[in-house]
Design a protein around this ligand. Structure first.
Ligand SMILES: *[C@@H]1O[C@H](CO)[C@@H](O)[C@H](O)[C@H]1NC(C)=O
Ligand SMILES: *[C@@H]1O[C@H](CO)[C@@H](O)[C@H](O)[C@H]1NC(C)=O
Ligand SMILES: *[C@@H]1O[C@H](CO)[C@@H](O)[C@H](O)[C@H]1NC(C)=O
Length: 466
């Protein structure tokens, strides 16, 4: 069985184009231009479509800025340009966002910004990075790294909760930024680290691990410091959770823990020597044990789990206090943890489930073929119609059921007014991303080339049964 990535998705918000910096003056969406000589502030509060505008030319230093004067029934887009003799052309907004206004700072307050040409967009809990043609731009809340450095030719960006790493595998350089480089509580300071040859990067909520699987070396940075005492020689697999990491040498039957789990009392429960070792990762940590045997966990109560009951698991999912191990092949699921937060799924029929999504207190099991879904935990979705829904997304508070074909979406629950998306136009939304409580729908101009990764995707559990 292969390594399966859990798809507990959170949500998103604002989209911006790489080549210009827009700043939502009133609502705080700030994007840093990759060109330090050009500072463009665009009031995108209600950016109106400006279909007649030409594409921004990226290659030259001369970018033409046209302040849209289109007056819509609502508000007028106003683009202001303050550049050193250059101008930038703004284009029709390619994003819609909602949610997050209360908790995600400026990341939750952007309205519509453009992401034309973006090929990769990554979020952490309250900021975004978009990569486009070897450059990157950021926006969101300053405490999450909205002020990002120029990212030249970054290969990929990784996220902890409040920081980013932009890795350039071509020259072995990496640059980190985020909440506070002097504390490095979230891995926002990686200065001096040499990323040459790094093949894998893992993150928890607060730490990064970089691994060179060819040379058998690796290093860590973030709240729990370096891991210079660990020898990565022979390591065959590394698994991440939001709390920490497990590195295994499956050939030798040994392993060690990193991040918060580096403390010996977390790791000492695990016996990595079993040849038929099963390791299941959840947001909070790991459940491990010999196939068919009793499971151990240093952070979750597995007392209720019958021996071997997780064998065959293909996906794992987590709310804040409950866990689901899904066997998508067999159409079965096992839940444990706080029953009020989704820890009891004994009544749920998992036959035909195509994906599961989680908020902090509820699971949603989606059956795409039949257009149905079931929720359990602290959210009830029995009144939601899933007919025609193509994709489901979640923040810690709310779900979005999107019908990509009809360009419609439903959000629930909407107890918090900012989770309501009934006014959002989902037409042409091709991707959805998220911060902690905010969603971003991207209307990509090149959807086949664009990929996204939410912050939980980087430290979301991996299931590696074999
Ligand atoms: C942005 O738009 C708002 C609402 O129309 C307006 O009040 C504000 O002055 C504008 N800000 C800038 C910088 O143009
Ligand atoms: C980042 O880490 C380096 C190396 O440990 C250190 O010298 C530097 O002072 C740190 N940066 C900040 C802003 O504290
Ligand atoms: C959706 O995309 C089509 C084709 O590109 C375009 O003609 C249309 O205006 C778009 N609609 C919206 C609401 O963005």
């Amino acid at each position: 069985m292969g390594k399966m990535k859990v798809s507990c998705v959170l949500s998103w918000l604002c989209s911006c184009l790489a080549l210009w910096s827009c700043s939502l003056t009133l609502r705080g969406c700030e994007i840093i231009d990759e060109d330090p000589g050009s500072t463009t502030a665009a009031n995108l509060t209600t950016a109106a479509p400006t279909p007649t505008m030409a594409e921004t030319t990226v290659t030259g230093s001369a970018q033409e800025t046209t302040a849209p004067t289109t007056t819509t029934s609502a508000t007028t887009t106003s683009t202001t340009t303050t550049t050193t003799g250059t101008t930038t052309t703004t284009k029709a907004p390619l994003g819609v966002c909602w949610g997050g206004q209360k908790y995600d700072g400026a990341a939750g307050e952007c309205s519509e910004v453009e992401l034309r040409g973006a090929t990769r967009v990554i979020s952490n809990t309250c900021a975004y990075v978009a990569l486009k043609g070897g450059t990157g731009v950021c926006w969101g809340d300053k405490s999450c790294g909205a002020d990002c450095p120029n990212i030249d030719f970054a290969t990929e960006v990784y996220a902890t909760e409040l920081a980013f790493l932009a890795l350039n595998t071509a020259d072995g350089s990496g640059v980190c930024w985020g909440r506070d480089e002097s504390t490095n509580y979230y891995g926002e300071n990686c200065s001096g680290l040499d990323f040459t040859g790094i093949t894998h990067v893992y993150s928890s909520a607060t730490d990064f691990v970089a691994w060179n699987s060819n040379s058998g070396t690796g290093f860590c940075w973030g709240r729990n410091g370096g891991c210079t005492d660990q020898d990565f020689t022979g390591i065959t697999q590394i698994y991440s959770s939001s709390n920490g990491f497990i590195a295994l040498n499956r050939n030798a039957g040994t392993g060690f823990c990193l991040g918060k789990f580096a403390h010996r009392h977390y790791c000492s429960r695990y016996d990595f020597s079993a040849t038929d070792l099963e390791v299941y990762a959840f947001d909070d940590g790991f459940v491990a044990g010999p196939a068919g045997g009793q499971y151990q966990s240093s952070t979750m109560d597995v007392g209720s789990l019958a021996s071997g009951s997780l064998t065959g698991t293909t996906h794992t999912y987590s709310t804040d206090k409950a866990y689901l191990a899904l066997n998508m092949n067999a159409g079965t699921g096992v839940c444990f943890g706080d029953a009020s937060k989704g820890g009891d799924c004994s009544q749920i029929d998992f036959t035909g489930v195509t994906s599961v999504h989680a908020t902090e207190g509820a699971f949603l099991a989606f059956k795409k073929a039949s257009g149905t879904a079931t929720c359990w935990g602290d959210i009830d979705c029995s009144s939601v119609d899933f007919t025609g829904v193509t994709d489901v997304y979640s923040t810690i508070r709310a779900f979005l059921a999107l019908n990509r074909n009809s360009g419609t979406g439903v959000c629930f629950p909407t107890d918090a007014s900012d989770d309501d998306c009934s006014q959002i136009d989902f037409t042409n939304v091709s991707h959805v991303l998220y911060t902690r409580t905010g969603f971003l729908g991207i209307k990509s101009d090149q959807p086949d080339r664009l990929s996204t990764a939410g912050y939980r995707d980087h430290f979301n559990p991996f299931v590696v049964p074999s």
